[in-house]
Design a protein around this ligand. Structure first.
Ligand SMILES: Cc1cc2nc3c(=O)[nH]c(=O)nc-3n(C[C@H](O)[C@H](O)[C@H](O)COP(=O)(O)O)c2cc1C
Length: 188
């Protein structure tokens, strides 16, 4: 009996090890295969997935762990279209705001940018399309702060759009080219 339990334990540890290796591989794959979705389609983002995406934002690092952000989840199509005019029904906009004018506090902007990247990647790891936007931010801050219910003193910094995409468009066909490594990396 003890032998059987021992064998079971060894098999369990072996497969847990394999699972761990697979997880880290899918992490690097998600980072290397992302692209900014262009072909969003209508269709809901499942609530559980949205919770996971937001959790990825919540887990982001920030300077001195200040976590200066508020994530305002825009699910209303009418409101979302005021921000991103071609927003499809079911696409979700996550507006990331922080105290200040949204432009001058460098550390907070970096913090919000990291949260944006975490949520952008999490969405794609879960099979959704995602895209980061700063283009609409000035207009959001001028016209929509009250409608969005941003916390007092906050301004929007960046937003992440999450939604369904056409399944036949993948990273190979949709990602723009990146510079060659040797033009962007130097060793001293
Ligand atoms: C900080 C930041 C701001 C961006 N703002 C916009 C935007 O306002 N509108 C837009 O369509 N895409 C925006 N993008 C998406 C970029 O254009 C896209 O990530 C980039 O061109 C790479 O595209 P690819 O992933 O398809 O290669 C933004 C991306 C980042 C990182």
């Amino acid at each position: 009996m003890m032998k059987k339990i021992g064998l079971f334990y060894v098999v369990l540890v072996f497969f847990a090890g394999l699972a761990g290796a697979q997880e880290s591989k899918s992490g690097i794959q998600a980072i290397l295969s992302h692209y900014a979705a262009r072909n969003f389609t209508a269709g809901a983002v499942d609530r559980e997935d949205l919770d996971q995406i937001l959790l990825a934002g919540i887990h982001s690092p920030s300077a001195n762990n200040r976590q200066p952000w508020m994530f305002t989840v825009v699910q209303s199509s009418a409101l979302a279209r005021q921000i991103v005019s071609n927003n499809e029904d079911g696409n979700v906009l996550i507006v990331i705001s922080a105290e200040g004018d949204g432009r001058t506090n460098g550390t907070q902007i970096l913090d919000c940018a990291l949260a944006a990247q975490s949520m952008y990647l999490a969405a794609q790891a879960l099979g959704y399309g995602s895209r980061i936007y700063t283009g609409p931010i000035n207009s959001v801050n001028q016209n929509l702060k009250t409608q969005l219910g941003l916390p007092a003193g906050h301004s929007a910094v960046v937003l992440v759009r999450v939604g369904r995409v056409q399944n036949n468009v993948d990273a190979q066909t949709a990602a723009s080219a990146r510079a060659a490594v040797n033009t962007k990396v130097q060793y001293k």
